[in-house]
Design a protein around this ligand. Structure first.
Ligand SMILES: Nc1nc2c(ncn2[C@@H]2O[C@H](COP(=O)(O)OP(=O)(O)OP(=O)(O)O)[C@@H](O)[C@H]2O)c(=O)[nH]1
Ligand SMILES: [Mg+2]
Length: 258
């Protein structure tokens, strides 16, 4: 089973996209299972095939240890590590083309805690990838755009997995805003220009340096706009998955059934 981890800042649309993408795959005749790794989720827009809450939930940790929600989320993320072997066994016993992994609401709980790295390795790093979702509410100004791109690079660096970036919830942007954000990818000079327009000197200097790093890392030209709500761009995700696992081979390799 190929593992696809959906990652991004809180509320960027991970869970909704997992639900939409699973339905889209089903329509193409491709099998996929869903793993919910968010111990703090209460209502999910899909039926999880494997659910971390069977082993640990933030609500139970709050009760058991008398913690508030923030402390409990951290403890729950670490308790996940204790259950990695059990979870891995359950995953290995399942049979499907893909495992869609919905990660915790707070990005740092997944990306920056040791338990996640252990989990990715236990599940099988060689057939795993990340879909990084950028939230348009952050990306729509030049500062937020650079912040989001750098954050996605840090997550990629931290987890050391092939990563593809998508602009999530694109239907929430006006056509003008969407074109401006996408324009920053295709014409990096326009981003530099807009960054320089910003009036705070330190922000401009740091921004320009980060901009150079983005240029040398080849970040420009690599994002696609999607909308889980409107089921737009699911084929783009599919193409990224195909590129990662099968280096662009034809659909037979992807499990598409005629
Ligand atoms: N308009 C629009 N809203 C969306 C889209 N995707 C998600 N949302 C909404 O954004 C909110 C957050 O979506 P979730 O899918 O829960 O996001 P998440 O990243 O899983 O959130 P956490 O796990 O809580 O961090 C919900 O109200 C969704 O209905 C989209 O493509 N378009
Ligand atoms: Mg979620």
């Amino acid at each position: 089973m190929k593992k696809i981890f959906f990652v991004g800042t809180a509320g960027c649309g991970k869970s909704t996209l997992v639900a939409t993408y699973k339905n889209w795959l089903e329509e193409q005749g491709v099998d996929a299972l869903i793993l919910n790794l968010d111990p703090g989720s209460d209502a999910l827009p899909y039926q999880a095939d494997i659910d971390i809450r069977e082993w640990v939930s933030t609500a139970d940790v709050m009760d058991e240890y008398g913690l508030g929600p923030n402390g409990a989320q951290i403890v729950a993320a670490d308790v996940m590590a204790i259950n990695i072997d059990k979870m891995t066994k359950v995953i290995q016993e399942m049979d499907s083309d893909y495992l869609l992994v919905d990660t915790p609401g707070q990005l740092e709980l997944f990306a920056f805690r040791e338990s996640s790295r252990l989990m990715v390795e236990a599940f099988g790093k060689e057939d795993s990838m990340l879909i990084y979702l950028s939230d348009p509410s952050l990306c729509k100004d030049p500062n937020g755009f650079v912040t989001s791109m750098v954050l996605s690079s840090l997550v990629q660096f931290r987890l050391q997995l092939p990563t593809f970036g998508f602009l999530s919830k694109s239907d929430t942007l006006s056509e003008e805003d969407l074109n401006r954000v996408l324009g920053w990818f295709t014409d990096s000079d326009s981003l530099l220009f807009d960054l320089m327009e910003m009036d705070s000197e330190p922000q401009t200097v740091v921004g320009a340096e980060l901009f150079k790093a983005m240029e040398s890392m080849g970040i420009f030209g690599q994002i696609r706009a999607i909308s889980a709500e409107e089921s737009l761009g699911m084929d783009e995700i599919y193409a990224a998955v195909q590129m990662t696992f099968f280096a662009g081979e034809d659909s037979d390799a992807m499990g598409i059934k005629d």
